[in-house]
Design a protein around this ligand. Structure first.
Ligand SMILES: Cc1cc2nc3c(=O)[nH]c(=O)nc-3n(C[C@H](O)[C@H](O)[C@H](O)COP(=O)(O)OP(=O)(O)OC[C@H]3O[C@@H](n4cnc5c(N)ncnc54)[C@H](O)[C@@H]3O)c2cc1C
Length: 433
């Protein structure tokens, strides 16, 4: 085991914590953007969330727990660690004309009542009200630049033909695979390595989150498909380093895979035919815990362009990714602990699903230094002042929690910064140059 106590040499290393990479944002400034997003999404959450700095109440009350969540609670209590109802972007009371959750489940396939908040339900109506025009079913294939190295607009395919949209500023928000793909595909004589890529880091440091699970069978009926799938969680291992032999942390949550997903999971373990049928008959008694685990950013994990082309004639993305030893040690710790928790909650036939990932970040990271990052803290590219990147790809690191609240909080901050810079006349670079 390595000691995780603070070592002075870490001051000399690149990172404040001694591992990972630093963010150029002050978390205290981000607090109000998190609050803004939580209010827009009407997050339902407990009065006293046990982890992190003292926080204001969540806008809406927490959801009732389903039986799958109570299994997590029992296991955590038996092992002496805190747990909590999960803060969720699913309404527990009406928001305007949107109905609250009716707990019918099947949330992974969409939300029949629009209780689940999303870009479609929450943000696009606001954008439309503010004057945005949406061009749906459009595929952007290229960002063009001029001889001054400024972005001039985008080429996109819609209604059967390629079209050009001129723009004073281009904001790319395609997420951690498609954003670097577009920047790399837009290479030209001025930017032969792709746009915003003087650091050579576009596409690099792809950082997933580990997503392994422990499953077991309960004596009582659980019917884990009822309600949103992850109604309880513990962040205990994000907030303590005691006994760890790895850097970073993870949370784990209760689960509720639908039958089709559960069949696929069982297939993944090699079950087929009669053995699969027998296992599926236990579906209503099944319970499980799954991590969202931190992984370390590494340049070798990356998105590049493949030779193969898609239906638009554009090169598809090639994704290269593998866990490092630290990631594997974190996963082993989580699986061991979750196994103990399930057993303590009364589960039998416990087994681990060891090969899964979730969430993508990091392929156009933000930073303080143009040599080691793609965009600055405002999500503005270092190389092209009227090119912005505003999605999960700007994360320098991932933590052990889901990323969407942070993606949206950063987007709100970037929108504010664009407004401030526009008011100062620092945005309209085409006119200034
Ligand atoms: C099944 C599932 C469950 C998840 N659950 C959670 C969760 O519980 N909590 C959480 O925090 N996160 C969750 N995530 C992750 C979350 O959805 C992402 O982190 C988040 O959506 C990323 O936001 P984004 O704005 O960066 O990108 P996206 O939401 O992916 O938006 C990118 C958009 O750009 C469009 N686009 C891409 N390239 C182009 C192009 N060239 N031209 C035109 N349009 C383009 C895409 O179509 C897409 O609409 C989940 C993801 C999945 C798949």
């Amino acid at each position: 085991m390595v000691s995780l106590r603070f070592r002075p040499e870490w001051f000399k290393s690149k990172s404040l914590l001694g591992y990972g990479a630093d963010w150029p944002l002050d978390w205290r400034e981000m607090w109000r953007y998190y609050a803004q997003v939580e209010d827009a999404l009407k997050i339902s959450g407990p009065v006293n969330y046990p982890w992190g700095p003292k926080r204001p109440r969540y806008p809406y009350r927490p959801h009732e727990l389903n039986a799958a969540a109570l299994v997590l609670a029992r296991g955590a209590e038996a092992l002496g660690i805190p747990w909590s109802p999960a803060p969720l972007a699913t309404l527990s009371a009406p928001r305007g004309e949107a109905h609250p959750c009716v707990y019918r489940g099947f949330c992974v396939s969409g939300c029949a009542t629009n209780a689940k908040q999303s870009a479609l339900v929450t943000w696009i109506p606001r954008a439309l009200a503010a004057g945005a025009e949406i061009r749906d079913l459009a595929m952007v294939g290229r960002i063009d630049t001029n001889e001054r190295g400024l972005a001039t607009g985008v080429e996109y395919f819609r209604e059967g033909r390629w079209q050009f949209q001129r723009a004073r500023n281009v904001v790319v928000a395609g997420y951690a695979i498609e954003t670097p793909r577009l920047l790399l595909m837009s290479a030209n004589g001025h930017f032969p390595e792709g746009l915003a890529n003087s650091s050579g880091l576009v596409g690099k440091n792809l950082t997933v989150q580990s997503n392994q699970a422990t499953w077991g069978v309960m004596q009582e009926e659980i019917r884990w498909y009822k309600g949103p799938p992850s109604l309880a969680l513990t962040e205990h291992w994000n907030y303590t380093d005691k006994g760890k032999d790895f850097f970073g942390g993870y949370c784990y949550m209760s689960q509720g895979p639908l039958p089709n997903a559960w069949v696929a999971t069982q297939n993944g373990r090699g079950l087929w035919g009669e053995a699969l049928m027998r296992e599926m008959q236990k579906y209503n008694h099944q319970a499980g815990l799954k991590i969202v685990g931190e992984t370390l950013p590494q340049e070798r994990n990356r998105v590049t362009l493949a030779d193969e082309k898609d239906q638009y004639g554009l090169p598809v993305a090639r994704v290269t990714y593998s866990f490092c030893d630290n990631d594997r040690r974190l996963i082993a710790h989580a699986l061991d602990f979750m196994g103990q928790a399930l057993q303590a909650a009364g589960a039998s036939e416990i087994w681990n699903e060891t090969d899964d990932t979730c969430h993508l970040n990091g392929t156009a990271r933000m930073g303080d230094d143009p040599r080691t990052s793609v965009v600055d803290a405002d999500c503005r590219s270092w190389d092209i002042p009227n090119l912005w990147i505003c999605d999960g790809s700007v994360f320098p690191t991932v933590g052990g929690v889901n990323p969407s609240l942070t993606i949206q909080a950063i987007a709100c901050r970037t929108a504010d910064r664009i407004e401030v810079l526009a008011a100062r006349g620092e945005l309209n670079v085409h006119r200034n140059v």
